[in-house]
Design a protein around this ligand. Structure first.
Ligand code: PLP
Length: 388
C-alpha cells in the first residue's frame, strides 16, 4: 500500500522523537539528561488529581458530548471572562485533546486548499505541519533578533497575500520565551483586521510569565472573537501534559464547526481529564506562582552557566520554560550545523537538546529548564566540558 503525498510530506515531531531517543538510551543504562522535553517536572495540583480519582471511583467515565462537558465549558468561559473582563458563554468554548488538537482542528475549520498561514520563526515545531495537514500553505516569516524574534506589523504587511487566511501567534513563545506587549499586539491586530487575516493566538504558556506581564488577545474587548481564536489548555499551566486536555475560545460559529469535525475525529477529550480540568479552573490558582518562582530560580542558574560557555549566547526568556541559545559561533569545521551539535551533545555529553532546525531556525539550540536544578546544572556543565 502506498502512502499519500500529503502523509509523505509530514515530518514527525522532532521534540517527541528526541525525548523518545533519550528514553531509549536511558533504557540501555546510559545516564542521559533530557533538556529536550516540553513539560514541567512537577505533579499536578492535588485538587486536580483528587477530582480525577473521584470521577473514576464514582464510575462516571462515559463518553461526553464531542465538544466536551457543558460544566467544563462553563468553567473555562467563566474563568477567562473574569480574568479578561469580557463576556464569554459556553458556546464560545470547545474542549479538545490537548491544545495540539485545538490547533490542528482550527486549521481544518478555516482553511481552503492552498490558503496561507503566516508563521513567524522561530515557531513551535508542529505549526507548519498542522497547516499542511489541513492542505494549507505555511508561509514562514523571518523575525529579527533585535525584536526578540517577534513578528511586527511590517512583516505581516510584507508577507501577506490575497490568500493569507491567518497568522499564528504564540505568546509566551516556545522556543524563545518572548512575550508580546499590549502595544505590539495592537499593531498586529490593526494590520490583520485591515487585511482580513484571522489571528490564532496560542497562549498555552500564559501562566508562566517570568518578567513583565502577559497580554491575552482576550484583553482586546468584546469584538475580539470576530477576528481571533484563542488556544489554551492545562498541559503547561497545571503540569498536566499527559492528561491531553485543551480548548479553543472562538465565536460560536467556529466552535460549532470545530465540534462537528471533532465528533468524527476523536469524539470527546478524556472524560477523567475533563473532571480534573473543572477542578483546575476553580481551585488551583496557587499553582502558577510556585511554578514561576521555581522557573525564575532555574533560569538564573542556567543563564549563568550558559553565559560562561564560549560560543553559546543564551537569550534570556521572559516566559515559558526554555532558553533559546544562539550557537552560530560554534558552527564551522567542528560542527556543520546545530543539528550536528545537538547530536554530538547527546552522544558525548549524554544531554538531549533540541536543535534550532526544529523551530525553523538553524544555528540555535533550545534547552528546557523544566528539570530539577541539580540535574540542570550537571547537564550544562557536561555541555561546557564536551564543547571545550
Ligand atoms: C507552543 C505550544 N503550543 C501547543 C502545545 C501543545 O500543548 P498540548 O500538550 O496541550 O497539546 C505545546 C506543547 O509543547 C506548545 O509548546
Amino acid at each position: 500500500m502506498k502512502i499519500s503525498s500529503l502523509a509523505s510530506s509530514i515530518k514527525g515531531s522532532p521534540t517527541l522523537r528526541l525525548s523518545a531517543q533519550a528514553a531509549e538510551m536511558r533504557s540501555r543504562g546510559l545516564d542521559v539528561i533530557a533538556l529536550s522535553a516540553g513539560e514541567l517536572d512537577l505533579k499536578p495540583p492535588k485538587v486536580v488529581v483528587d477530582a480525577a480519582k473521584k470521577a473514576i471511583d464514582d464510575g462516571i467515565i462515559k463518553y461526553t458530548a464531542a465538544s466536551g462537558m457543558p460544566k467544563l465549558h462553563d468553567a473555562v468561559a467563566q474563568k477567562f471572562a473574569i480574568k479578561h473582563n469580557i463576556e464569554l458563554k459556553r458556546e464560545n468554548v470547545i474542549i479538545t485533546v490537548g491544545a495540539k488538537q485545538a490547533l490542528s482542528n482550527i486549521m481544518i475549520t478555516i482553511l481552503e486548499p492552498d490558503d496561507e498561514v503566516l508563521i513567524p520563526t522561530p515557531y513551535w515545531v508542529s505549526y507548519p505541519e498542522m497547516v499542511k495537514l489541513a492542505r494549507g500553505k505555511p508561509v514562514i516569516v523571518e523575525t529579527a533578533a533585535e525584536h526578540k524574534f517577534k513578528i511586527k506589523a511590517d512583516d505581516i504587511e510584507k508577507n501577506a497575500s490575497a490568500r493569507t487566511k491567518a497568522l499564528l501567534l504564540n505568546s509566551p513563545s516556545n522556543p524563545t520565551g518572548a512575550i508580546y506587549s499590549r502595544t505590539e499586539l495592537e499593531d498586529i491586530i490593526a494590520i490583520c483586521r485591515k487585511k482580513g487575516i484571522a489571528i490564532i493566538s496560542d497562549e498555552i504558556y500564559f501562566t508562566i510569565v517570568l518578567d513583565g506581564e502577559h497580554t491575552s488577545l482576550l484583553d482586546f474587548g468584546k469584538d475580539v472573537l470576530d477576528y481571533a481564536i484563542i488556544i489554551n489548555g492545562v498541559s503547561k499551566a497545571y503540569a498536566m501534559t499527559g492528561w491531553r486536555l485543551g480548548w479553543a475560545i472562538a465565536n460560536p460559529e467556529i466552535i460549532s464547526a470545530m465540534g462537528r469535525i471533532q465528533s468524527h475525529q476523536t469524539s470527546n477529550a478524556c472524560t477523567i481529564s475533563q473532571y480534573a480540568a473543572i477542578a483546575a479552573m476553580g481551585n488551583a490558582d496557587d499553582f502558577a506562582p510556585k511554578v514561576v518562582s521555581l522557573m525564575r530560580e532555574r533560569r538564573k542558574i542556567a543563564m549563568e552557566l550558559l553565559e560562561n560557555i564560549q560560543g553559546i549566547e543564551p537569550l534570556e526568556p521572559d516566559g515559558a520554560f526554555y532558553i533559546f541559545c544562539d550557537v552560530r559561533k560554534l558552527l564551522g569545521e567542528r560542527f556543520a550545523s546545530s543539528e550536528k551539535l545537538s547530536e554530538y551533545l547527546l552522544q558525548n555529553a549524554l544531554v538531549a537538546t533540541v536543535p534550532g532546525e526544529a523551530f525553523g531556525m538553524p544555528g540555535f539550540l533550545r534547552i528546557s529548564i523544566a528539570i530539577d536544578k541539580d540535574k540542570l546544572s550537571e547537564a550544562l556543565n557536561r555541555i561546557a566540558k564536551a564543547i571545550r
